[in-house]
Design a binder for this molecule. Sequence first.
Ligand SMILES: Nc1ncnc2c1ncn2[C@@H]1O[C@H](COP(=O)(O)OP(=O)(O)OP(=O)(O)O)[C@@H](O)[C@H]1O
Length: 306
Amino acid sequence: MLEVQNLNFRYKKHNILENISFSAKAGEHVSIIGESGSGKSTLLKLLYGTYDLNQGQVFWNGEEILGPKFNLITGPNFMKYVAQEFDLMPVISVSENIGAFLSNFYPEEKRERIKELLEVVELTAFARTKVKELSGGQKQRVALARAIAKQPEIILLDEPFSHIDNFKKQSLRRSLFKYLKEKNITCIVATHDKDDVLSYSDRMIVLHDTKITANNTPKHLYNSPKDKLIASFFGEFNVIDDRIIYANQLKVVKKSDVMAVVKQSYYKGHYFLIEAELNAEKVFFEHFEILHIGQKVNLSIEKNCL
Ligand SMILES: Nc1ncnc2c1ncn2[C@@H]1O[C@H](COP(=O)(O)OP(=O)(O)OP(=O)(O)O)[C@@H](O)[C@H]1O
């Protein structure tokens, strides 16, 4: 179990994180979200022992994770951290990078393990390719495979799919997160992407203004976003009578007391996002077909919680 107790950290005089406390059980998947610059990457680095804390403590199964003042080598061996800049060896192959920290005493097992890892990150076809010849997304996949090669107890992922294209992202996400759950590896992910969170995270921690402002299940935070920051993470929304109403909760109906004028329709694949004007304010709603500029529509709020 990871336990973070009253962590405080500043870069020089600039407070980045204050009074951060949370825990994560074995096998739990926790997402850290927040605006750019809110301290997500810094928090992961602190969990890994990259810097000394100004205050507070971090424990894994009761063992304290200490910073460079107390450790020559950053990062305990039960923990792996995949940074946004992946630190690979460019002139050796994908397989050699993935196997770099695996024991050479059992060559057959090592080969099998590398094969399994190449499958998890869908890089089997690139096994012999030199890392310097890979794209950014392919390098990121090598870094992920290398991090899980020795089966850590806990893995820290900083925007793990940021360089990976949409074609691959969905299947890679399913494959990696399923693998971590099966192996009971605790996973802490800093992300901007709701698709990393909604289907996979047990908990979601929101960082804002140096503090944790929410720590709950994604389902709870989606259904009851307590502020605009949380709602905006999940999608387009409106504030109507001081309530947050997602665009997909506002419906066009035959009759209602609320009339809006369509300003724009945005094609989204299986629906259109409609921007309209209601009492001189912008509103957004989803509709199954295009609506034309100037068209008047009646709207109604429909709570469609799962
Ligand atoms: N090495 C550093 N020295 C000084 N300030 C830093 C350093 N690294 C980050 N910061 C500052 O700390 C704050 C938090 O940065 P951090 O990278 O943790 O945010 P983030 O939430 O991960 O952002 P993003 O989503 O853009 O990756 C920012 O204001 C940043 O400028």
